[in-house]
Ligand binder design. Sequence first.
Ligand code: ATP
Ligand code: MG
Length: 345
Amino acid sequence: MKGNPGGAGVMIRFDGVHKEYADGTVAVNELSFDVTEGELCVLVGPSGCGKTTTMRLVNRLTEPTRGAVFLDGQDVGGIDAVQLRRRIGYVIQHGGLFPHRTVADNVGTVPSLLGWDRQRIRSRVGELLELVGLDPALHARRYPHELSGGQRQRVGVARALGADPVVLLMDEPFSAVDPVARKRLQAEFLRLQAEVGRTVLFVTHDIDEAIHLGDRVAVFSQGGKLEQLDTPASVLGAPASEFVADFVGTDRGVKRLDVTPIDPSDLDAVGPAGPTPPSSLTVPATASLGAAMSAILSADSGRVGVKDGNGAVIGTLGADGVHRQLRRSVRDGAAPVSTPRVPPN
Ligand SMILES: Nc1ncnc2c1ncn2[C@@H]1O[C@H](COP(=O)(O)OP(=O)(O)OP(=O)(O)O)[C@@H](O)[C@H]1O
Ligand SMILES: [Mg+2]
């Protein structure tokens, strides 16, 4: 029986979790929140705020001082640590690969521990390398030092997916590569996640990465305090505290544009009642306000058409309309969660 304590769909639950190290350092402070099945939840915050500790509580590399972490309804404290870790993929900076093993052996680590036969391991390894964009014929026999930093990260992700884990823990997986490679890894990872749909807990100290990747973003401050847990648009549009406002940056208005979709029910008129844009200056109704704003700024008229799925222009937007929609998206949106909800039991 799965028996999620809070109903279907909860994959990871932090229930009043507190972690104090022996020297009195509080790394995680009375933490309660849920990560839904299939969700990509990003933990973000300054160095030392407890992100890594929070993550390591899930696979029992760290034990809580009090409280409990549930994985798919089961208290992880009651699961054998080795068994538990086989169900959880773990990716760290630099990939954390075994340097003296080939790429194929690294990726096949968990299947091999599980006693799969060689043929099955080999085909799984090939499948995983292709999934992360590496050519098995070219890369499988190489050693980690014969790869680029970005390739090592890809192998790290492939290895974490080895035995089809229910949860992926990723601790600053892309922070050791240069900004260009990093952007590409992020894009690939989003594509991969769309395909495999794992529950992911992803740690970064980069707010832009958090906003770009997260379905929800958890912002932590020093002492392991969860300041806010919400969608990227809400964290940017309605920061729950001074700390969050400061952390997301003074350019949060601009960042919000990219994570807020156009509202097709709130466009300006087309035709006689309003200025009609030439057909080249249009954006799809499914685009972000950022895409609309970018087109508006390059349009002589300062206005773009918004078209529906059939290509018909259903309205227009200018800078004033983008501003109006952005303000309304926060006012009408779900109330931001400024304190984590306490689980019912
Ligand atoms: N084994 C330990 N013993 C004592 N204190 C520790 C231990 N591990 C971590 N800490 C402390 O707990 C706090 C949280 O550390 P943690 O590694 O979780 O932070 P983090 O948010 O991952 O930081 P970073 O962004 O630098 O990786 C820090 O103050 C750290 O010094
Ligand atoms: Mg860390």
